[in-house]
Design a protein around this ligand. Structure first.
Ligand SMILES: C[S@@+](CC[C@H](N)C(=O)[O-])C[C@H]1O[C@@H](n2cnc3c(N)ncnc32)[C@H](O)[C@@H]1O
Length: 214
């Protein structure tokens, strides 16, 4: 069987800052902190000691550039090409990863929070020029324009893996799947399979994961 090509998602370059109730900050996972976390985490969400960046809202971690997060996005990053739609700007980790690919022509991001846009958008817009557009809008309410066509669509608007995300995922699919260019186009949402599994097996709750850092 052919080995799938490893995809490198770079660490986030967003600068530390505070805007409203949102914060970008660097943090360190120590070897002891990692062991403690990994004892309780599911295998796929293990953390490795190191320096990372996270986005928090109040005290909740919304996004970070830890290996588990990178893995969650790697299928999308690998498949992205042409015209790409991302809902959820966050730290801009996905934006940077897909725009590093020459096969990606342009990326359009839909982001709900003006504070997140103020925190992370400008350096990305400066770097990528007209290959990147960022729209301030609610992805759940936004209606795709006539003639909007994407080669890849990726939704990442949820802070946690939860069964309640599935309702949003279905609503987004109903609106956006028809905007795909052809059968080779990519469509996905963050941790969709795991969320669906939680609906079917609600006793396996990801909420039992420790929430103390990343
Ligand atoms: C997990 S972060 C996204 C991380 C991003 N994929 C990255 O690579 O850094 C989720 C983002 O979705 C945004 N968001 C939440 N609900 C949204 C909505 N309904 N429409 C658009 N953006 C939304 C949040 O403000 C936050 O910036």
């Amino acid at each position: 069987m052919a080995k799938s090509k490893k995809i490198l998602i770079p660490n986030v370059e967003a600068q530390p800052g505070v805007q409203g109730n949102w914060r970008v900050e660097r943090f360190t996972v120590t070897p002891d902190g990692a062991s403690l976390y990994n004892m309780r985490a599911r295998a796929s969400r293990h953390v490795v000691p190191g320096e990372y960046t996270r986005l928090t809202h109040y005290r909740d971690v919304i996004m970070s550039d830890t290996p588990a997060e990178k893995r969650d996005h790697s299928a999308f990053v690998r498949a992205a090409r042409g015209d790409v739609l991302i809902t959820g700007l966050g730290l801009g980790m996905c934006v940077t990863a897909v725009l590093a690919k020459r096969s990606v022509k342009r990326v359009h991001v839909v982001e709900l929070s003006e504070d997140v846009i103020a925190l992370t958008a400008q350096p990305l817009l400066d770097r990528y020029g007209d290959r990147l557009t960022i729209e301030h809008a609610d992805a759940m309410k936004r209606v795709p324009a006539d003639g909007e066509v994407w080669d890849a669509v990726w939704h990442d608007i949820w802070p946690t893996i939860a069964e309640s995300n599935v309702r949003d995922m279905k609503a987004l699919r109903a609106k956006y799947e028809r905007t795909l260019r052809d059968e080779k186009s990519f469509y996905g949402a963050w941790c969709e399979r795991t969320c669906v599994a939680l609906v079917n097996r609600p006793y396996v709750s990801m909420r039992s994961l420790p929430s103390f850092g990343w």
